[in-house]
Design a protein around this ligand. Structure first.
Ligand code: NCD
Ligand code: ZN
Length: 348
């Protein structure tokens, strides 16, 4: 890494949690990621979800076919875990390089999670197999009991699901996805190297006042819901200390403006165009630029036992105005931090 006052050069980063959707939306959003990131862990929550080798290969081929010619980008595929997932299919997918990981969505936790897991013990056989073959399990860590307050879903999940799960499968490699609380930070900090977590730019930059004060901002609405400042600060402190078990995962999750600015607004923030600049802003605010490269480009690859990217990317201190909207007639997308100006830009 080369750090100057007005220039930072790092290894090309990877995005360890990304939604690129499908068809024309995939075509629109993909280049925002593939122009910056070397690889991304592609989330499987399409309709229908990616639950087997065949659908993962088709989806990967579609992504590759829509890549702009000059972009070098590797999509890493995940398998959506259902209560009827077959451990043999998952193992075969892992051994043949089709699946990089399995994704566990608790049922009704988020967008397209209706095929997800109701009862964690129903997938014991799969979890046993993942532990045996060293295949990572990526978890959306929120309990969906309607009696649990939405702001407490993650903390409850850790207590009620994660802790017992870890006792049963101590060698299982787990990534807690898009963590949003002090409890999750403490859990990762006090765990061994089998547990890691991704952290999004929006959970680092926002707290629930940004979401709810004056007017509700549907473009800051996502799962896990943005928490109070106390939790935001715990996440910021986590990345500022350089613990290698935290790494970049944008959770860029595009939904058209009309489905966000809606009486039943969808959850998810489209941050692919701004994520890296937003992270740079946060690390600079925290006086932690020395950990910027490891968070963005090294910790995740090491956790997944993958090689580090060789190429470099340079950020320069130059004002960057974030577009208010990205058009896809007749719809449009509102990127994270739309209309704002950031101090960092990507060098062409
Ligand atoms: C994601 C989506 O829209 O696919 N939404 C979100 O709020 N983050 C799903 C997810 O990662 O929870
Ligand atoms: Zn996600």
């Amino acid at each position: 890494m080369i750090i100057g006052l007005n220039k930072i050069t790092i290894r090309r980063p990877d995005d360890w949690h990304l939604h690129v959707r499908n068809d024309y939306l995939l075509k629109l959003v993909l280049p925002y990621t593939s122009s910056i990131f070397g690889r991304a862990m592609i989330m499987p929550n399409l309709l229908p979800p990616i639950t087997n080798i065949k659908s993962a290969i088709n989806y990967r081929n579609k992504i590759l076919s829509l890549l702009p010619k000059n972009h070098k980008f590797i999509p890493l595929m995940t398998c959506y875990l259902t209560e009827s997932s077959n451990p043999n299919e998952i193992e075969l997918g892992f051994n043949t390089g089709v699946f990089a990981a399995v994704k566990l969505y608790p049922q009704s936790s988020t967008t397209n999670s209706s095929y997800g897991i109701k009862n964690i013990t129903s997938v014991n056989k799969v979890l046993e197999r993942l532990q045996k073959i060293g295949m990572p399990l990526l978890i959306h860590c929120e309990i969906t009991d309607i009696n649990v307050d939405i702001f407490d879903r993650e903390a409850y999940f850790i207590e009620k699901i994660m802790q017992p799960l870890r006792k049963r499968f101590p060698e299982l490699k787990i990534v807690m996805e898009h963590i949003s609380t002090k409890e999750a930070v403490e859990y990762v900090n006090s765990s061994d190297n089998k547990i890691a977590a991704t952290i999004t730019p929006h959970h680092l930059m926002l707290n629930r006042n940004d979401l709810l004060t004056n007017y509700i901002n549907p473009h800051f609405y996502c799962f896990p819901i943005i928490k109070s400042k106390l939790h935001q600060q715990a996440l910021r402190e986590a990345v500022s200390k350089g613990n290698p078990n935290f790494f970049l995962g944008t959770d860029s999750a595009p939904h058209f403006r009309c489905t966000k600015e809606n009486k039943c607004g969808h959850a998810g923030i489209f941050n692919a165009p701004t994520a890296l600049l937003a992270y740079a802003t946060v690390f600079e605010e925290l006086n932690a630029i020395k950990y910027f490269e490891s968070f963005c480009s090294e910790n995740g690859a090491r956790f997944y036992d993958l090689s580090l990217n060789k190429e470099k990317i340079t950020l320069i201190r130059k004002r960057c105005e974030i577009k208010k909207t990205i058009n896809l007639f007749p719809y449009d997308l509102v990127p994270f931090l739309a209309g704002k100006t950031l101090n960092w830009s990507i060098k062409d």
